[in-house]
Design a protein around this ligand. Structure first.
Ligand SMILES: Cc1cc2nc3c(=O)[nH]c(=O)nc-3n(C[C@H](O)[C@H](O)[C@H](O)COP(=O)(O)O)c2cc1C
Length: 310
């Protein structure tokens, strides 16, 4: 059997993306038949953790608009021909997080990924559909083939994880917030299941059959797609670019001039989620009954890796 070269690209603020990566890639580490090269993407100016309220909402416009930040020089030999690339990333505001999105816009990314098969691994709260649509587009633009996607989400209800994610990113509190909330993030159970995905990737890579392994990954529950969140993300997708524009018109990232608009957004967004969540949850229970075919079609669309023609 031919040894395979796998490039693993990732960014992580608190190590959760790396944890998911380690879990998925366990079969590779154990088999020792293949070579893994890790490439950690580092912004020149580090994003804070925990974030202040204003810092957190201030990155919203450029994140949604896909504007790149400067990166540390990549420590990678672009002459190596990789057999597979794995990209582990987090959605930020229904978009690709800035560091990974910046990497994807570099000339090195083009050299490394053009003509290559890519597996994406997402770790997030629970809303990843919009970010992955942007990922599909970026990969298509650099002529890479998205062969599979695996998601790791917080499985609590949307309102519970809204509170716990904010406690996490704004205070750094991950467990037992206010003594009543559950731990934020991916469960140990989901991480223990993750090597199953790595095995699917490895077997197909060894058999040169890695072009589209999504159906096999889906059989093992690789994608978490919830009807209510699908509807919720639809709202965000329509409104986010407008609000991003409204803020960035006032000034650049970090500037005083736009702070008022950033703060208003910081109140409007959580409030909107709070109000919309119950309504959308009811709607999402009704829609499969009222518009069964359309709803099933949407779920099927997000379960695969091609991009809808718009
Ligand atoms: C600025 C920012 C925006 C975020 N937006 C989303 C989002 O749109 N959807 C989501 O599911 N999670 C969102 N999250 C949560 C992250 O996806 C993720 O859970 C968290 O950043 C931990 O990842 P890490 O420790 O690997 O960096 C956001 C986090 C940050 C910091």
């Amino acid at each position: 059997m031919h040894m395979k070269n796998v490039l693993v690209i990732y960014y992580s603020q608190t190590g959760q993306a790396k944890q998911a990566l380690n879990a998925v890639l366990k079969p590779f580490e154990e088999s020792k038949n293949h070579h893994l090269t890790y490439l950690l993407i580092k912004p020149k100016k580090r994003f804070p953790f925990p974030w202040t309220y204003t810092q957190f909402f201030d990155v919203f416009p450029e994140t949604v608009q896909g504007i790149p930040c400067e990166l540390e020089p990549l420590k990678i030999d672009t002459n190596i021909n990789y057999d597979l690339a794995v990209i582990a990333y987090q959605p930020w505001f229904l978009s690709i997080c800035v560091p990974i999105n910046s990497f994807l816009q570099t000339s090195d990314a083009k050299i490394l990924l053009a003509g290559k098969h890519v597996i994406t691994i997402i770790n997030c709260r629970n809303m990843w559909l919009g970010a992955q649509e942007k990922m599909k587009k970026r990969l298509l633009d650099i002529k890479a083939n998205l062969a599979g996607n695996i998601t790791f989400v917080d499985r609590s209800s949307n309102l519970v994880s809204l509170v716990t994610v904010l406690a996490f990113v704004l205070k750094g509190t991950k467990e037992n917030f206010m003594g009543v909330f559950p731990k934020y993030g991916v469960t140990d159970k989901d991480l223990e299941h993750a090597p199953v995905f790595g095995k699917i990737i490895m077997d197909n890579l060894e058999n040169n059959n890695i072009h589209n392994i999504q159906p096999q990954l889906n059989q093992e529950g690789a994608l978490d797609i919830r009807g209510n969140l699908l509807l919720m993300e639809g709202r965000g997708k329509a409104l986010f670019p407008l609000y991003a524009n409204y803020i960035s018109k006032k000034g650049t990232q970090g500037s005083e001039q736009r702070k008022t608009r950033v703060r208003i957004f910081g109140i409007v967004l959580p409030t909107a989620i709070l109000i919309l969540s119950p309504i959308i949850t009811i709607l999402s229970r009704l829609l499969p009954l009222l518009a069964k075919k359309k709803f099933a079609k949407e779920i099927a669309y997000y379960s695969q890796n091609t991009l809808r023609e718009s």
